[in-house]
Ligand binder design. Structure first.
Ligand code: BG6
Length: 491
């Protein structure tokens, strides 16, 4: 066999990814309203239940707000990117970033979500951030809703469960497309849209009180329909307002292996993957896939659609498919027991062939190559890995250095497989590692779970100098980018 040397294309978009509620802080400055993320508190590790993402009732939200002074809300302080964005973007520049993924805090632009006029101070903040990126030659990649919506929309409407929220979202999307049309050419509507099946509050703002008795699954798919319609409408607006922009909708990229060669296990793995493919099928092919008919019938799910929805979905599909990839899962036929694995919302059984992170996420670089091929075979649309990385405990040495070979190993092995997929012929636009600078964890709201090349001196409770310093992985990623992924060695 001839040796084949895959290579990343010229212009490959290397970079990193963050979200507003995990980095910005300043939750009540600049006219910002409260978002759904601002009421998610830090929970001590020993008090965490297996489900760390709450699905609250209105009463619970009220109780949290009434006693907020006794609670810790790390997503309210983030890492104070709001005041440090210049220094942070300069560090991204030093890393050699071609692109930097951020999200816009919707409640910074429309504090309650229902205003007709946007908050100028919020708009000006992102103008400054984009200008800073432009100054350093970094292309912004911007998510419109990354695990947050204005809290008011959640409390008054049950989030995207209500059709009204589609219009509020589209008004917000149009406003920012209009404002940033000369500065932002890569857009993502929703972060990990398929997460709503596991975490409906985080993904869509749905709270318990709005769900009719026993109809939670139906409510989730109704909210999904509304987000898919909102996505289509936002795509339509984006293409009209910024004709040279590319826009996508994101999913948690997950590959499920069968627990054994038993055909029923293989079928379970296939069914689990269809739960993700449902979303990518709709926003890439433009219609509900055939297999949902039976699923909806068997689960007594009736989706309310408006006249024109089908046309909207059909005419406004994505330009590229952005997805996150952290781990793979194992599926088994229902009667099969087995030890559960931890996971990025979607999990399954433990895989005896894989190592896991300190949080139990099963590390599987080869799965990334397979998944890239699966997505590309299915859609033949450009792909973009917009999150990948290792959450780990870091130790600061006495001289201030952080030695993180585990992070380098994780990323190098994934980039290696990504390169193989590019060699396989997959059209991959770019790669943004999750949390290039340490940030507040989404699932556990802790600082201790770190992803960055840049260390941030802050603990779980918000104490620390916030000083930024470079870990060993910083110069490693710098070299990876400088060599366009050719040199992945750790020396
Ligand atoms: C993704 C989210 O699911 O995973 C990010 O889009 C999140 O917001 C990331 O931070 C890693 O998860 P965690 O829970 O380790 O922060």
């Amino acid at each position: 066999m001839m040796t084949f040397q895959p290579q990343f294309p010229q212009g490959f978009l290397w970079g990193g990814a963050t979200s507003a509620n995990q980095v910005e802080g300043a939750y009540n400055l600049g006219g910002k309203g409260l978002s759904t993320a601002d009421v998610v508190e830090f929970v001590e590790p020993e008090d965490r239940t297996s489900m760390k993402i709450p699905f609250p009732s209105l009463d619970e939200i009220q109780r949290v707000l009434d006693t907020e002074n006794d609670r810790v809300f790390p997503k309210r302080f983030g890492i104070d990117f709001y005041h440090n964005y210049k220094e942070d973007i300069a560090l991204m520049k030093e890393l050699g970033f071609k692109t930097f993924r951020i999200s816009i805090g919707w409640a910074r632009i429309f504090p309650t979500g229902v205003e007709s006029e946007p908050n100028e101070e919020g708009l000006a903040f992102y103008d400054n951030v984009f200008d800073e990126m432009q100054k350093h030659g970094i292309e912004p990649l911007v998510t419109l809703s990354h695990y947050e919506i204005p809290l008011h929309l959640s409390r008054e409407y049950g989030g995207f469960y209500s059709r009204d929220v589609v219009d509020y979202f589209v008004h917000y999307a149009r406003t920012v497309f209009q404002r940033y049309k000369d500065k932002v050419k890569y857009w993502i509507t929703f972060n990990e849209i398929n997460s709503l099946l596991m975490a409906p509050y985080i993904g869509t703002g749905l709270v318990q009180d709005f769900v009719p008795e026993g109809r939670l699954l139906e409510a989730k798919y109704q909210a999904a329909h509304h987000q898919l319609v909102a996505n289509a409408k936002a795509i339509e607006a984006c293409h009209r307002i910024i004709p040279d922009a590319s826009i996508g909708c994101m999913v948690i990229g997950m590959i499920n292996y069968p627990n054994s060669p038993h055909p029923e296990d293989a079928s379970a793995a296939h069914n689990d993957m269809q739960k993700t493919f449902f979303f990518t099928d709709v926003f890439t092919r433009g219609s509900y896939p055939f297999y949902m008919k039976r699923f909806f019938a068997e689960h007594d799910i009736h989706i309310k659609m408006e006249l024109g929805d089908e046309r909207l979905l059909r005419e406004n599909t994505v330009d590229f498919i952005p997805f996150s990839y952290y781990m793979s899962g194992v599926s088994a036929r229902p009667e099969q027991g087995g030890e559960k694995a931890g996971g990025n919302l979607i999990s399954g059984l433990k895989n005896p062939y894989l190592e896991a992170s300190d949080w139990g996420w099963q590390i599987d670089p080869v799965g990334l190559r397979t998944l890239l091929n699966m997505f590309y075979e299915r859609y033949e649309k450009p792909l973009f890995i917009v999150e990948n990385g290792l959450g780990a405990f870091d130790k600061v040495e006495e001289d201030g250095s952080v030695h993180d070979p585990y992070r380098i190993d994780y990323l190098a092995s994934h980039i290696e497989q990504m390169k193989e997929a590019v060699g396989d012929g997959v059209d991959l636009w770019g790669y943004t590692t999750w949390g290039p600078i340490d940030l507040v964890s989404f699932s556990t709201s802790e600082m201790s779970k770190r992803y960055g090349f840049i260390y941030v001196d802050q603990d779980d409770y918000g104490s620390g100098s916030l000083k930024r310093s470079k870990k060993d992985s910083f110069s490693w990623y710098q070299k990876v980018i400088a060599t366009n992924g050719e040199d992945l060695s750790s020396s």
